[in-house]
Design a protein around this ligand. Structure first.
Ligand code: HEC
Ligand code: HEC
Ligand code: HEC
Ligand code: HEC
Ligand code: HEC
Ligand code: HEC
Ligand code: HEC
Ligand code: HEC
Length: 442
C-alpha cells in the first residue's frame, strides 16, 4: 500500500518537476515577481522537500484540522448520542442548556475534527459557515463535556479560531487554503519560490522565509502568532492575527489578552499560564527569552529523517535541559531528590487544555510550597507528585527547608587540562598490591 502510494506520488512529483525544471519556456523571474505571492499548499512543497514533508506529517501541526468527510478515522471516538448525553447529564447545573437539548452532531454532519491529543472538537456547517459543535471529547478521561452549548451557532469558527488551525484563512472570502498548520503558516506564501526552477538556488532562497535566518525576535514570533492567546488589532472579534505573515512584527497584528485585568481564567496571580496555547507569553517572562534560548532551541518542527518525540523536543526528559545545563548546582533544591527530572520541577503541568494539569508551564521557574502558602490560588511544582489527600504543605516546606540547606558534595572535581605540556610516558601500572579498600583493622 505505502509502496504504491510512494511510487504514485514520486512519479507525479517527477512529472511536475520536469515541467518546472526543463519546461518549454524558461521562467521569467520579473514577470513572476510582478504578481502577488499566493499560497500554493504543502503538496507543492512536497515535490522538492519530500523529507521535510514526511517529517511534518508526523507532527500534530499537520493534523490539527482534519477532513472527517474524507477520513472518518480522524474522529478519535464513537459518536454515540446516548453516551454523549449521559456524560453531559453528569455536569448538572454547569450546563446552560439541559443535557437532552444540547445539539449533538450526527457523524455524517461532522466536516472537520479539531485536535486529537488532549481534546477533540467538531466542525459542522450551517448556512455556508463552519461552527464548532457544542460537545467536546476529552481523551485522557474519556468523557464528553459541553462547549458553548448556548451560543455555539453564533460563534463562526473562522473568526474565533481559523487562522491558528488552518493555513491561509481568509475572513472576507470565508475560506482557507489548507487544513492544519502547514508549511506556509511558518514559511509564508510560496508561489514565487515554488515556481522558480530548482537550479535558481539563490533566487529560491530569497523568495521564501527561513525562520533560522531571521532575527531571533521575529523568528520566535512565528510560533508566538499561535502559541499566544490574544485578539486581532485589525478585525474586531477575531481571535487570531489577521494579516500577519511570517517575518513580520507580530505586535502590529495581535495583542495578547491573557494579562487583561480580570482574566483570572487564563493566568494565575503570579502571571504564570493557567490556560493553554500561551507558551509564548510564559516564555517571554523567562530567563531563556532574555538569553536567546527560543522555541526551536528545544523543539523540532520537522526533523529530517527522525520521528518526533512527544512535543517534538530535541531531547527526552531531563536530557532536554542537560544539552545546555551540563553543570548545575547540586545544593539547595537540587539536593533533595535522588533523581532529578528537571521538567517535573521547572515546567510543572499547571495549565489546562482539556482537564487541569495537562500543559507544561514555560516560565521554567520551579514553584515551591511556600508560593502556594503565600497565595493559595498559586500552584506549586512539588504537588504534581507530592499530592496526597492529607498532604500538609507547611510540613513539606519545612522538610524542604531542612534538607535544602545541607551542602552536598558536587561529585568529582574538574581536572584542569594542560594543552601545551609535553606528553609524559604513562606510568607503569603499579604492582598488584592488596586491595586498598580492605579495612586496616578487623
Ligand atoms: C521546484 C522545487 C521546489 C519547490 C516546489 C519548493 N522548494 Fe523550497 N527550495 C528549493 C530549492 C532548490 C531550495 C534551495 C536549496 C538550498 O538552499 O540549497 C529551497 C529552499 C527552501 C528553503 C530554505 C531557504 C533558505 O534561505 O535557506 C525553505 C524554507 C523552503 N525551500 C521552503 C519551501 C516551501 C514552504 C515550499 C512550498 C511552498 C517550497 N519550499 C517549495 C526547491 C523547491
Ligand atoms: C511550525 C512551523 C513550521 C512548519 C509548519 C514548517 N516549517 Fe520548515 N522550518 C521551520 C523553522 C523554524 C525552520 C528553521 C529550523 C532551524 O531553526 O534550524 C524551518 C526550516 C525549513 C527548511 C530549511 C532547511 C532546514 O531543514 O533547516 C526547509 C527546506 C523547510 N523548513 C521546509 C518546510 C516544508 C516543506 C514544510 C511543510 C511540509 C515546512 N517546512 C513546515 C518552521 C516550520
Ligand atoms: C498557525 C499556527 C501555529 C504556528 C505558526 C505554530 N504552531 Fe505549534 N501548534 C499549533 C497548533 C494548533 C497545535 C496543536 C496541534 C494539535 O494538537 O493537533 C500546535 C502544537 C505544537 C506543539 C505540540 C506538539 C505535540 O506533539 O504535542 C509544539 C511543540 C509546537 N506546536 C511548537 C511550535 C513551534 C516551535 C512553532 C514555531 C516554529 C510553532 N509551533 C508554530 C499552531 C501553530
Ligand atoms: C491564537 C491561536 C489560536 C486560536 C485563536 C485558537 N487556538 Fe486552539 N490551539 C492553539 C494552539 C497553539 C494549540 C496547541 C497548544 C496548546 O494547547 O497549548 C491549540 C489547541 C487546541 C485544541 C487541542 C488540540 C489537541 O490535540 O488536543 C483544540 C480542541 C482547540 N485548540 C480548539 C480551538 C477552538 C475551537 C478555537 C476557537 C474558538 C481555538 N482553538 C482558537 C492555537 C489557537
Ligand atoms: C528550554 C526548553 C524549551 C523551550 C525554550 C520551549 N519549550 Fe516547549 N516544551 C519543552 C518541554 C520539555 C516540553 C514538555 C515535553 C513533554 O514531556 O511532552 C514542552 C512542551 C511544549 C508543548 C506541548 C504542550 C505541553 O505543555 O505539554 C508546546 C505546545 C510547546 N512546548 C510550545 C513551545 C513554544 C511555542 C515555545 C516558544 C515560545 C516553547 N515551547 C519553548 C521545552 C521547551
Ligand atoms: C539551548 C540551551 C538551553 C537549553 C536546552 C535549556 N537551557 Fe536553561 N538556560 C540557558 C541559558 C543560556 C540560560 C541563561 C544563563 C544562565 O542563567 O545560566 C538558562 C537559564 C535557565 C534558568 C534560570 C537560571 C537563573 O539564574 O534564573 C533555569 C531555571 C533553566 N535555564 C532551566 C532549564 C530547564 C529546566 C531546561 C530544560 C527544560 C533548560 N533550562 C534548557 C540555556 C538552555
Ligand atoms: C526538586 C525540584 C527540582 C528539580 C528536580 C530540578 N530543579 Fe533546578 N531548581 C529548583 C529550585 C527550587 C531552584 C531555585 C534555586 C534553589 O533553591 O536551588 C532551582 C534552580 C535552578 C537553576 C538556576 C540556579 C542554579 O542553582 O543553578 C537552574 C539552571 C536549574 N535549576 C536547572 C535545573 C536542571 C537542568 C535540572 C535537571 C537536571 C533541575 N534544575 C532539576 C528545583 C528543581
Ligand atoms: C517528579 C515527581 C516529584 C516532584 C516534582 C517533586 N518530588 Fe519530592 N519526592 C518525589 C519522590 C518519588 C520522593 C521519594 C524518593 C526520593 O527521595 O528520591 C520524593 C522525596 C522528597 C522529600 C524527602 C526526601 C528525603 O530524603 O527524605 C522531600 C522533602 C521532597 N521530596 C520535597 C519536594 C519539593 C519541595 C518539591 C518541589 C520543589 C518536590 N519534592 C518535587 C517526587 C517528586
Amino acid at each position: 500500500m505505502r509502496g504504491i502510494e510512494l511510487v504514485r506520488f514520486l512519479s507525479t512529483g517527477f512529472a511536475i518537476l520536469t515541467i518546472l525544471a526543463c519546461g518549454e519556456q524558461p521562467i521569467d523571474v520579473q514577470a513572476l515577481k510582478s504578481k502577488p505571492k499566493e499560497y500554493v499548499g504543502s503538496d507543492t512543497c512536497k515535490m522538492c522537500h519530500l523529507e521535510h514533508f514526511d517529517s511534518w506529517k508526523m507532527t500534530l501541526h499537520s493534523r490539527m484540522l482534519q477532513d472527517a468527510q474524507k477520513n472518518r478515522d480522524a474522529i478519535v471516538t464513537e459518536i454515540n448520542e446516548k453516551e454523549i448525553r449521559a456524560d453531559l447529564a453528569k455536569l448538572g447545573d454547569k450546563l446552560k442548556v439541559p443535557a437532552d437539548k444540547i445539539y449533538v452532531p450526527k457523524i455524517e454532519e461532522i466536516k472537520y475534527t479539531i485536535g486529537s491529543q488532549w481534546k477533540q472538537r467538531y466542525l459542522v456547517e450551517k448556512d455556508g459557515k463552519l461552527y464548532i459543535a457544542p460537545v467536546q471529547y476529552n481523551l485522557d478521561t474519556h468523557r464528553w463535556v459541553n462547549y458553548h452549548e448556548a451560543d455555539w451557532d453564533k460563534r463562526p469558527w473562522i473568526m474565533g479560531c481559523g487562522g491558528c488551525h488552518a493555513t491561509g484563512a481568509d475572513l472576507e472570502k470565508n475560506t482557507f487554503v489548507e487544513p492544519g498548520v502547514a508549511c506556509e503558516a511558518c514559511h509564508g506564501k510560496g508561489s514565487w519560490h515554488a515556481a522558480l526552477p530548482k537550479t535558481e538556488v539563490f533566487e529560491k532562497r530569497a523568495t521564501i522565509v527561513n525562520p533560522a535566518k531571521l532575527t531571533m525576535g521575529v523568528a520566535v514570533q512565528i510560533c508566538g502568532s499561535c502559541h499566544n492567546r490574544g485578539k486581532s488589532t485589525k478585525v474586531k472579534g477575531a481571535g487570531w492575527p489577521v494579516g500577519y505573515e511570517p517575518g513580520k512584527a507580530l505586535e502590529a497584528f495581535y495583542k495578547s489578552t491573557s494579562f487583561e485585568a480580570g482574566d483570572v481564567k487564563h493566568v494565575y496571580a503570579n502571571e504564570f499560564s493557567k490556560g493553554h496555547h500561551q507558551q509564548y507569553i510564559d516564555w517571554s517572562m523567562s530567563k531563556h527569552a532574555k538569553e536567546g534560548v527560543t522555541c526551536t532551541s528545544c523543539h523540532f518542527v520537522h526533523q529530517v529523517g527522525m520521528p518526533p518525540t512527544r512535543s517534538q523536543t530535541v531531547g527526552a526528559g531531563s536530557k532536554q535541559c542537560l544539552i545546555c545545563h551540563d553543570m548545575i548546582n547540586n545544593n539547595l533544591a537540587h539536593s533533595i531528590h535522588s533523581f532529578g527530572n528537571c521538567v517535573g520541577c521547572h515546567m510543572p503541568r499547571i495549565a489546562e487544555s482539556a482537564e487541569s494539569g495537562d500543559i507544561h508551564s514555560h516560565v521554567f521557574v520551579a514553584l515551591l510550597p511556600k508560593d502556594t502558602l503565600a497565595n493559595p490560588v498559586i500552584p506549586n511544582s512539588c504537588q504534581t507528585c507530592h499530592k496526597h489527600k492529607d498532604q500538609d504543605l507547611k510540613q513539606l516546606q519545612a522538610e524542604y527547608d531542612a534538607l535544602a540547606v545541607l551542602p552536598k558534595p558536587v561529585g568529582p572535581s574538574i581536572q584542569p587540562i594542560h594543552l601545551h605540556e609535553p606528553k609524559k610516558e604513562s606510568p607503569k601500572p603499579a604492582e598488584k598490591k592488596e586491595s586498598p579498600q580492605k579495612p586496616a583493622q578487623r
